[in-house]
Every structure is written in C-alpha cells, then in structure tokens.
Design a binder for this molecule. Structure first.
Ligand code: ADP
Ligand code: MG
Length: 309
C-alpha cells in the first residue's frame, strides 16, 4: 500500500533526526501559529562551562573549596548547570564529597547535606523566598558591604549575560558561580524560519536572568522575552497565548519545561541534553542535536496535511 501522507511525513522527519510520536502529533505540528522557545539547552547548546568562582569574603572559603562544595551538592543532579559544576571541580582535581538528603527543585536549584552542612545551589530569588524552603534570608544578600556586588549579581545577573548561581551553606550565602553556554550555530536561522512559518517572531521563555535572556534574544532577533520564569510561569505563558486563540509550538529540554511541553498545542523536546521527563512528555523529540530540524518538521507536516485534506 502507499503510505498515508502523515506516516510518510513521520518517516521523513525521522530521516531528518526528529522522532514524531504519532500521526496526531505530526498533524498538530503543522497547525501551530506561534512558537515559544526555552533558552538554555534549546537556543543554546546546553553544555555550559563555569567561568567564575567567587567566594564571599567572609565565607572562609577559597575558590576551590567553594567549587568543591557546590559540586558535591550538585553531583546527583542531571541538570546541565550541575554537570558543568561537577566537571569544573573534576578539572581542578577537587575531591567531591558524598551527599545525603539530596533534593532538586526544577527551575530553582538543589539542596543536599554535605559533610554535615546544608548546602543549596541555585537561583538567588528561589533560595531567598521563605515560601520556597527558606535557605537564605534575602537581607543576607542585599545588605552586605563586602559582598554587595556578589549579592546584586546573584539576584539580577550581570551585563555579560552569564548565568549566576548562588551557593548557600547553613542559611548563609558563601559565594556565586558564573556559567556561560554557547548559542547554537543554527539558532538565528531557526528563529527566522519559525517567524516565516508563523508570521510572528517566537517568544523566549527562560528561567535564567534578564541579562542572559537579552543576550540570546538579541543574537536571534527575538523581542518578546520573558526571563526569571519558574516552571509554572512557563506553562502559564503558553496557556495565556493559547487562551488568546493561538496554537503554540513549545520547544524545550528540561524537567522545568515538561508542564509547558504538555500544555502546548505541540511540544518538542531537545533530545541530547534533554531530561527524561521532557522527552516523555513531548509530542516529538529532536534526536539529532539540530534545532533547524524543528521548522523543517513543521513544513513536512503542512505538506502532508495538504495531501490529507
Ligand atoms: P532554563 O529555563 O533557562 O532552561 P531552568 O529552568 O532549568 O533553565 O533553570 C532556571 C534557573 O534555575 C537557572 O538559571 C539556575 O539559576 C537555577 N537552577 C535550576 N536548576 C539548577 C541546578 N541544578 N543548579 C543550580 N541552579 C539551578
Ligand atoms: Mg532549558
């Protein structure tokens, strides 16, 4: 028999390196009229590197001890930032202590007991929010003469667009780590292709700070940028767009992206660095690590739908 067009399109997408999970998923990809994109691991490669290790002056820690402490707390985590922090500690031959009571909170950070101390690594606002497991008081970040810059950067990011994570030990901030990730070479071409396909520029939805978001937006021609989002904010942004009548394609990679992937008309996960939850939730997975295959698959779907209808 000749293959039905949607099945041929799935086979075709497979040759491009995109696994579309069903004929319905293939069909829905062609129906989208708006794209919303995650930043870290989606527009960027998702292989960040630690570029700065900055202990607070009164922490009693030097760079290596701060990095080793953060690496110990992050060791059980699969998050790209965690992998980068552990890799940086290994590159310096630092010992990575065992942890107990590890917990990861998607879009916020991790907490673990290391050598009898409760250590958290993550976004400063989340660690400062008392409703969120209160590991650090907000004043401890804001009102420090010695560490004023560190505190401010941890809260707002910095000009160069690095991702800044705070390290907290027993409720006290002890330092920050800066991490940078590279833009995917095909990022700008992909946002341009999605703009052409939908008639409107994609929206950028990220849990990272505003400076980091702005850098990536500028490089990819995006103007609707929403930063500092928690996972629930991402899903709400997708829902709001859909409530206003749009059919949203959401592309993401993290555990934090899973609710938005589920809520979107079509959810596509980046496969290489993507979390299992994101891959399971998505309607399609980019198996070959090439973002440009996403608009290509939308085109395949539209062509197949023209044959079906
Ligand atoms: P994005 O939306 O940019 O892909 P995430 O939602 O995964 O990123 O993370 C948002 C922010 O939460 C990060 O920029 C970081 O500040 C913090 N964060 C999340 N997970 C971790 C972790 N394992 N270690 C440190 N920080 C983390
Ligand atoms: Mg991400």
């Amino acid at each position: 028999a000749t293959m039905p067009p949607l099945l041929s399109a799935i086979a075709n997408a497979g040759r491009h390196g995109v696994l579309v999970k069903s004929a319905v998923a293939m069909e829905r990809l062609g129906e989208i009229d708006t794209a919303a994109l995650d930043k870290t691991g989606t527009l960027t490669e998702g292989a960040p590197e630690v570029t700065d290790v900055r202990p607070l002056p009164d922490s009693g820690l030097d760079e290596n001890r701060l990095l080793a402490l953060a690496a110990a707390a992050e060791h059980p985590s699969e998050h790209p930032l965690a992998r980068a922090i552990v890799a940086a500690a290994r590159a310096r031959d630092l010992p990575i202590a065992p942890t107990e009571e590890f917990t990861a909170v998607p879009g916020r950070g991790v907490t673990a007991v290391v050598g009898g101390h409760k250590v958290s690594v993550g976004r400063a606002e989340a660690l400062a929010d008392p409703e969120d497991g209160a590991t650090v008081r907000a004043e401890a970040l804001a009102d420090r003469e010695d560490g004023a810059t560190v505190g401010a950067e941890a809260l707002t990011g910095r000009e160069d667009g690095a991702t800044i994570v705070l390290v907290v030990r027993d409720g006290n901030p002890v330092g920050t780590l800066a991490l940078t990730d590279r833009l995917r070479p095909e990022a700008a071409a992909t946002t341009a292709a999605l703009t052409a396909l939908t008639g409107t520029a994609p929206v950028l939805l990220t849990g990272d700070n505003a400076h980091a978001a702005a850098r990536v937006a500028e490089a990819t021609g995006l103007t609707d940028v929403r930063a500092d989002l928690l996972p629930e904010d991402k899903v709400n942004a997708v829902r709001d767009l859909q409530d206003s009548g749009r059919k949203v394609l959401f592309v993401g990679d993290g555990v934090n992206d899973a609710p938005a992937l589920a809520a979107a008309h079509s959810g596509v996960a980046m496969g290489r660095a993507g979390s299992d939850l994101a891959l399971e939730t998505a309607d399609a997975v980019v198996v070959r690590d090439e973002l440009a295959t996403v608009p290509a698959t939308v085109r395949l779907s539209r062509a197949a739908r023209r044959l079906v209808l």
